[in-house]
Write a protein that binds this ligand. Structure first.
Ligand code: ATP
Ligand code: MG
Length: 417
């Protein structure tokens, strides 16, 4: 679990603001959910035999003896909240949330125990059009962030629950006959969660899968049509994708569409965004049958990617435009007044020097602040109704400006950048 320090938070804010702007452009609304839920919610939604529920949840008893869990993902909480507040009854929803998730995994680059997701969930729309919208929206975000050349879209359909059951039976029958050729993880999964074997990284297992029954031969007409229409909409929108029949995702609740945006730049933690359709989940959690589709982005991985590519604009680290200094008590009072006035009358970010010190030490702080100009108020300036404007980043000379012209002057300097 990491602290996110002040030199990092500007990058986080940059990413969050870009995401908010894109989601706003598609008419999505924010939902804020609690960080703990009843343990049972995750067991029933994510699935008892998934990695998350078997070994990654932070679960504890509260003072009433209730079993609570720090949320490992947002979809289950979002469905719970929507049901509790009747948000999916006779209406569609397009929602997003952001915040920390908790999984007890082995920490490594791009994998942490407290990490952050930005999640998007939609309810009440059963056609592939909304699947396409979600993917097109993420593609826009990558363009906005300058990541479009560094991520590829992997797309698959998981068919219906019945399709998966038939496929699972045949797959298990085939793999059981070749059990000694499977890696040990896959041998275990053969009994618990055989579909997960499809995304095993083991080469022997992958070679065996080439000869195993193929998932797409089991997909029913409805799912096939849904998938074809989705592909068509993406083609028409100019969003490129790779159909990857072995993409299954780690959670039990997905059916039909699943997708992942993957990058090669981050080593094995390459999935920056993942999602899919989960039409059965709302009903499974006690609501009315409600079609649903969503995805989640891993914020840390996106930030790693932005930094690896040098795609974060330098300006995000700039937090001050003007650094205001004063020598003497009366000058300081006046500087407080001027700083407030500038914040009233301009958009400039004004940092007022606090903590006293010589002129020289104040200038050092001004330099370090990253501001483009320093403002100086001393006894002379005070007596003459002027202020000294000192460039901190360029070689031009300092000069005095009449106080009443300061706001206009600064605004015009900063607007001609
Ligand atoms: P992975 O295959 O990398 O373990 P996942 O399938 O468990 O991912 P999801 O549950 O779908 O991931 O979560 C969506 C996204 O959240 C992932 O694609 C990833 O970007 C991010 N994510 C998941 N687990 C972590 C983690 N422990 N630390 C950082 N980011 C994570
Ligand atoms: Mg995982």
């Amino acid at each position: 679990m990491n602290d996110i320090l002040p030199d990092q938070t500007p990058v986080w804010q940059f990413l969050e603001n870009q995401v908010k702007a894109v989601l706003g452009a598609y008419g999505y609304s924010e939902l804020r959910m609690p960080i703990v839920e009843q343990t049972d919610l995750f067991k029933r939604s994510i699935g008892e035999v998934t990695d998350i529920v078997e070994k990654e949840m932070y679960t504890f008893e509260d003072r009433n003896g209730d079993s609570l869990t720090l949320r490992p993902e947002g979809t289950a909480s979002c469905v719970r909240a929507c049901e509790e507040h009747g948000l999916t009854f006779n209406q569609v929803q397009r929602l997003w949330y952001m915040g920390p998730m908790f999984r007890h995994e082995r920490p490594q680059k791009g994998r942490y125990r407290q990490f952050h997701q930005i999640g998007v969930e939609t309810f009440g729309m059963q056609g592939p059009d909304i699947d396409a919208e979600l993917i097109i929206l993420t593609a826009r975000l990558w363009r906005q962030l300058g990541l479009e050349k560094s991520v590829t879209l992997h797309l698959n359909t998981l068919g219906s629950a019945a399709d998966r059951a038939r496929f699972k039976d045949d797959l298990v029958a085939y793999l059981s006959a070749h059990i000694e050729e499977l890696d040990s993880d896959s041998q275990r999964r053969l009994k618990t969660n055989p579909l997960r074997i499809l995304d095993s990284k083991d080469q022997g297992t992958q070679a065996l899968l080439d000869k195993a029954p193929h998932f797409h031969d089991y997909i029913d007409a409805d799912s096939r049509e849904h998938f074809d229409r989705l592909c068509h909409l993406l083609d028409q929108a100019g969003v490129a994708y790779e159909v990857n029949a072995r993409l299954v995702r780690g959670l039990d609740y997905y059916g039909k569409t699943v997708f992942e945006w993957i990058t090669d730049e981050l080593g094995s933690q390459g999935t920056v965004c993942a999602g899919g359709r989960y039409d059965g989940l709302v009903e499974q959690l006690g609501g009315r049958a409600t079609p649903a589709v969503g995805f989640a982005m891993g914020v840390e991985r996106l930030i790693l990617l932005l930094e690896t590519l040098g795609a974060v604009p330098e300006s995000v680290h700039q937090k001050v435009d003007v650094y205001a200094m004063a020598m003497g008590d009366a000058a300081q009072v006046e500087m407080f007044r001027i700083a407030e006035q500038l914040r009233d009358e301009t958009e400039l970010r004004v940092q007022l020097h606090c903590g006293g010190g010589s002129f020289k030490s104040q200038m050092k702080k001004a330099d370090k602040s990253g501001a483009r100009f320093g403002l100086l108020m001393g006894d002379d300036e005070l007596a003459n109704g002027v202020i000294t404007l000192k460039p901190l980043r360029e070689s031009s000379e300092q000069r005095q400006i009449a106080l009443k012209e300061l706001a206009v002057e600064l605004t015009s300097i900063y607007s001609t950048e």
